[in-house]
Ligand binder design. Structure first.
Ligand SMILES: NC(=O)c1ccc[n+]([C@@H]2O[C@H](COP(=O)([O-])OP(=O)(O)OC[C@H]3O[C@@H](n4cnc5c(N)ncnc54)[C@H](OP(=O)(O)O)[C@@H]3O)[C@@H](O)[C@H]2O)c1
Ligand SMILES: [Zn+2]
Length: 340
């Protein structure tokens, strides 16, 4: 089978189409004909050599978390899915024995890791991580959901967002950002989002963003965000200087949920502002498989329409990463496989 493998960790030019043997499922496993796999900044970190998870000794490395397609084969003991089933993968990898696996939520697993291998014609996965797709949810749409939408959904939960709340999303045009804006609307909340691009904000406004703030410097953005009003919640996937920007936007007692570090892994914050105004900062990673099932249901019910900016054939996976690196897209970028 063909894979879009990371042959070198040098950025998008490091992606190469490489042949690999077709996988065979062992007990508890399934092989999925991959029809679509969306990419995430997580994959780009790996491809740029900026992830502790993958180094030169792992090359060539096949990344890709968000797999959707059709089950091709199953191993012994698999009862939940069978060949021909249409599925999307929950990329959570959990130990099944720690206290969080026992008592939940599973994404807090002490041995949590993520599936990689979807940027290929076929993916070997844990069968019990497959979520069934109704006929009305196509593979490309489903592939948008697992990482970006699941993460944003869990963040909104962590922030206890409810109807009419104001949610601030710095960097609102990417995978997690657009998901946060769309899912906040599903919950009946209002949104304010930022981007360096006026045209991307125009598109996001069409998708439901209530207040758009254009700018590249957090200090310039600050007054325009404050004008919208105090935010009940902030979804922070940027880190860096955007953390204090988010805290400044928060109302007394408001919550900031952090899931990423695109603009920097360290943030300086005003400690008295945090404690005097009773603000919270909480971390969040991914979500639960049950929430992925809920997201599939929202799509099937027509309440959520994940935004896919562009699809790329497997042999153009490098171009997909170039588009992400160059900040040219709104929403998700999906690699599709016509020949699976
Ligand atoms: N913990 C988890 O479970 C989890 C899950 C998913 C993602 N994440 C993290 O969340 C972040 C977003 O992931 P994603 O896949 O949504 O990425 P993405 O689609 O590439 O995000 C693009 C967004 O980030 C903004 N951006 C890019 N570079 C920036 C910079 N240097 N300064 C300020 N803004 C910048 C873009 O702003 P413009 O509109 O101005 O271009 C755009 O709004 C990443 O850090 C990722 O690792 C974490
Ligand atoms: Zn565990």
């Amino acid at each position: 089978m063909r894979t879009a493998a990371f042959a070198e960790l040098t950025g998008p030019d490091g992606v190469e189409l490489l042949e690999r043997p077709d996988p065979d499922p062992d007990a508890g496993e399934a092989v999925v004909n991959v029809e679509a796999c969306s990419i995430n900044r997580h994959d780009l970190w790996i491809l740029q050599g900026d992830s502790a998870m993958v180094d030169a000794s792992d090359l060539p490395f096949v990344s890709g978390l968000d797999v959707a397609g059709t089950v091709r084969a199953v191993g012994d003991g698999v009862t939940g899915v069978e060949p021909g089933d249409r599925v999307v993968l929950c990329p959570n990898e959990t130990c099944g024995t720690c206290r969080f696996c026992r008592e939940g939520p599973e994404n807090l697993c002490e041995n949590f890791s993520l599936y990689h291998g979807g940027l290929a014609e076929r993916a070997l996965v844990a069968a019990d991580r497959l979520v069934s797709l109704p006929d009305s949810v196509d593979a490309t749409t489903a592939a948008a959901l697992p990482t970006a939408y699941l993460t944003a959904f869990h963040m909104l939960r962590r922030a206890e967002v409810g109807p009419n709340d104001l949610v601030f999303v710095p960097g609102a045009t990417g995978g997690v950002g657009v998901a946060g804006v769309q899912l906040a609307a599903v919950l009946g909340a209002r949104t304010v989002g930022t981007s360096s691009s006026a045209s991307k904000l125009d598109r996001l406004t069409e998708l439901g963003l209530d207040h758009a703030v254009e700018g590249t410097d957090p200090d310039e953005i600050r007054p325009a965000v404050a004008d919208v009003g105090p935010a009940d919640a902030v979804l922070n996937h940027l880190g860096g200087a955007y953390t204090q920007l988010g805290l400044d936007a928060l109302r007394r007692g408001g919550r900031m949920v952090v899931c990423g570090r695109t603009a920097g892994r360290y943030s300086e914050i005003d400690i008295p502002d945090l404690f005097l105004r009773h603000k919270s900062v909480v971390g969040s990673t991914m979500g639960t498989q049950a929430d992925l099932e809920r997201l599939v249901g929202l799509v099937a019910d027509g309440r959520l329409d994940p935004e896919i900016d562009e699809t790329f054939p497997l042999d153009s996976t490098g171009a997909a990463f170039r588009t992400m690196r160059d900040r040219e897209s709104v929403g998700k970028l999906v690699v599709t496989n016509e020949t699976a």
